[in-house]
Design a protein. Structure first.
Length: 364
């Protein structure tokens, strides 16, 4: 027996996926995002929830290795920030004092937090020698909060919501698709009519209508769960139809008929024979659906009917960018857009890699 025949289907899929450059790049991108989101306190030089009106719309801190006299320093530094009031725009303008250096410190103690809400810690990746100054990687918002810290925190909310919503919808869709494709007849007819009813509903207006029904005084965790329910409600239909077609393509094959002949129950056939053969397709649907949910959540939060304070998401952060005047002078407020683009590209790369790998016997 050849080595190819000895390998399992999933082993071949995994082997071919490892040869997909976009897939590997996507995995790396998602791992980076996951690490930033899970350990956001460690990577954040400032508390993302702390409001400080002394630091409203502070631009991103510039890191230097060369000083004003072109002298090189192995240790990166920033210049002390000074404030001036612009009489024309009536806004505070932040400038750098080139006579005062503040060196960066790495792996030092700063503001206190609890890792996973359990482990007390003060360790941070970046801090400043002068504790009276603040280091802003992506600047601050209208309340003086760190944009970088809040973007990393928002990733935890946006990614968790999207993944849970997609897992729920894919689970429902794959189950109904398998049942519909395997049994056929009246069962298939009923399920497909239900799918058609939900498919005929306009998704975006319905999402907006359902989200608008959420009471403004509802607990933030309840809002989070309601958002998952809203995305799950209309997100399962495409999966159901695709899995139904996949099941119907091999429901009458020899190995299924053989299993029936030896007396295997329907549950055994579905979960032992059919479901594993659909798994690769389900994973592809899952990875390609997550970006859609991320963009939909960002849109709903952007227009003010999605995630609400004290939670935050990338879409919620974008609410600060609704004013042309704000964007004109504080362009860094758009930073969450790049997190969204980075995430969507990561999932799309992984989905494309898995999609190309589900045919492991194809000759390249």
């Amino acid at each position: 027996m050849s080595n190819l025949e000895k390998q399992t289907t999933f082993g071949l899929i995994f082997e071919k996926f490892l040869k997909s450059k976009p897939g590997i790049v996507g995995i790396i991108m998602l791992i980076v995002l996951a690490i930033l989101s899970i350990f956001y306190e460690f990577f954040s030089p400032n508390d993302p929830n702390k409001v400080d009106f002394d630091y409203i719309y502070v631009p991103p801190s510039k890191v230097y290795f060369l000083d004003k006299d072109n002298k090189f320093s192995l240790r990166p530094f920033v210049y002390k920030r000074t404030e001036e009031y612009d009489m024309e725009t009536f806004e505070t303008v932040f400038k750098e004092d080139y006579n005062q250096k503040i060196y960066l410190r790495f792996f030092e103690n700063s503001w206190e937090y609890k890792l996973f809400n359990l482990i007390p810690s003060k360790l941070h990746l970046i801090s400043l020698d002068d504790t009276s100054e603040k280091f802003f990687i992506l600047g601050s918002d209208k309340l003086g909060r760190d944009v970088w810290a809040r973007a990393c925190l928002s990733g935890r909310i946006s990614l968790t919501l999207s993944v849970l919503a997609v897992i729920s919808s894919v689970f429902i869709g794959s189950f109904l698709g398998i049942v519909s494709g395997y049994y056929g007849g009246m069962v298939d007819w009923i399920i497909q009519r239900i799918v058609e009813i939900f498919t005929s509903l306009p998704a975006l207006p319905l999402w907006i209508a359902l989200a608008a029904l959420i009471p403004p005084d509802m607990d933030s965790l309840d809002v989070f769960m309601m958002m998952i329910f809203i995305f799950t409600l209309l997100g399962w239909t495409l999966t159901a139809r695709e899995i139904r077609g996949k099941v119907m393509s091999f429901a009458k094959t020899d190995f299924i008929n053989s299993a029936k002949e030896i007396g295997a129950s329907d549950l055994r056939i579905i979960f032992i024979h059919i479901y594993p053969n659909c798994m690769s397709h389900i994973i592809v649907v899952l990875t390609l659906t997550i970006p859609q949910i991320i963009l939909s959540e960002a849109f709903l939060s952007f227009i003010g009917i999605g995630i609400q304070e004290p939670m935050t998401s990338w879409g919620f952060m974008m609410k600060n960018a609704q004013s042309i005047e704000t964007l004109g002078s504080h362009l860094w407020i758009l930073s969450p857009v790049f997190f969204i683009i980075f995430t969507v590209l990561g999932f799309n790369f992984v989905g494309d890699g898995i999609r190309d790998a589900v045919d492991p016997y194809a000759v390249k």
